[in-house]
Design a binder for this molecule. Structure first.
Ligand SMILES: CC(C)(COP(=O)(O)OP(=O)(O)OC[C@H]1O[C@@H](n2cnc3c(N)ncnc32)[C@H](O)[C@@H]1OP(=O)(O)O)[C@@H](O)C(=O)NCCC(=O)NCCS
Length: 334
């Protein structure tokens, strides 16, 4: 658990997102597996998702989002000192996607690394970046959440292939100059849930072989109900903790921006936290679960819709494979 990032206050000074243009709709999936538009929409809230064309990788999506966020912050890539990329689908095992992004955007003064927290990738990256800037040792940091989930999805498995999409979001974290900025963080890990959502092969335990390919072990495997129950419980718990210790109630929160895995998970957590529907951002119908990309994509949509304005009190929440859990409370600063 973390409270107060370093010595000086920090804020988000730029936000941008990127999704690849190609759409994969529920109707398209009906042609691939035994599913229906109605089932997907009712059980998850998803209508369509964006997926990359062959040859487009996570660093390509991250690059577009990063350049947009840097421009919105009024900076250039040379102002960035640190890059953290939350991703489950790096371009390759190594080098890290952060290195590839650093080169692609020309942030020649920055160092950085990838962060493996699955669907909590963005909240973990934001907290990490805030600490780097908050410590006073870095001027501006990029926190990126980016995933090409279509690269690890089995499009013959109806229990997972309907859920995920590709996308990226980036924020620039800078020193705060007024009372708008990042207020508090909480994070947890429960490694006991590790096998409930994983990609079994391709790592050091089961290196790629003909056998692992034949057994389809290079794809996402999930025990959906276990993940669902954990996500509902933990989203509420971590948010309640952050709210309580900051003396904030549901009526103080202007916007609840949770990881977009399933509409039902978000709404049941919101209800338990006393957050009415008009304070909840849900855009899963357009993108599906983009893993580390969902929260910045939701923030960007809320800004575009006029629902998120400077000074608003925003509560972020995430639960992901690991299990990883995170919440960030902030006053919107752009
Ligand atoms: C995956 C998920 C949508 C499944 O919804 P669910 O309501 O739990 O559905 P169940 O797994 O109980 O399956 C119910 C039925 O629908 C079927 N089903 C599963 N996927 C289906 C699909 N795409 N289309 C049609 N039917 C489907 C099942 O086979 C099952 O049929 P049965 O009753 O004949 O056995 C849900 O469990 C979920 O969202 N889990 C969390 C996922 C998540 O958040 N992952 C990322 C974490 S960051």
């Amino acid at each position: 658990m973390v409270k107060n990032a370093g010595c000086r206050p920090t804020k988000i000074s730029g936000l941008a997102t990127y999704v690849p243009p190609r759409l994969l709709t529920n109707k398209d999936l009906e042609r691939l597996v035994n599913t229906s538009d109605e089932w997907i929409l009712q059980r998850t809230g998803i209508r369509e998702r964006h997926i990359v064309d062959p040859g487009v990788a996570t660093s390509d999506l991250a690059k577009e989002a990063a350049l947009g966020a840097i421009a919105q912050a009024g900076l250039t890539p040379k102002d960035i000192d640190f890059i953290v990329v939350g991703t489950t689908t790096p371009d390759m095992m190594f080098p890290s996607t952060a290195c590839l992004v650093q080169n692609k955007i020309g942030a020649h003064g920055a160092w950085g690394f990838d962060l493996g927290a699955a669907c909590s990738g963005f909240t973990y990256a934001l907290t990490t970046a805030a600490h780097m800037v908050g410590a006073g040792t870095h001027r501006h940091a990029l926190a990126i959440g980016a995933d090409v989930m279509s690269s690890i999805i089995d499009y013959t498995d109806r229990s997972t292939c309907v859920l995920f999409g590709d996308g990226a979001g980036a924020v620039v974290v800078s020193p705060a100059t007024d009372n708008c900025g990042i207020i508090d963080f909480a994070h947890e890990v429960d490694g006991g849930g590790g096998l409930a959502l994983c990609m079994p092969a391709g790592g050091s335990l089961r290196p790629a072989s003909h056998e692992t390919v034949d057994q389809r072990l290079h794809y996402v495997k999930q025990d959906g109900q276990t993940v669902f129950k954990f996500a509902v419980k933990k989203t509420e718990e971590i948010c309640a903790r952050v709210m309580e210790r900051n003396n904030v109630t549901g009526s103080d929160i202007d916007l609840f921006v949770s990881h977009q895995a399933n509409r039902r998970i978000i709404m049941s957590a919101a209800e338990r936290l006393g957050l009415p529907e008009e304070k909840v951002v849900i855009n899963i119908e357009k993108y599906g679960n983009t893993t580390a990309g969902t929260i910045p994509l939701a923030l960007a949509d809320a800004v575009a819709d006029g629902r998120l304005k400077k000074g608003n009190l925003v509560l972020l929440a995430s639960v992901g494979a690991g299990f990883t859990v995170g919440s960030v409370l902030l006053r919107w600063s752009i």
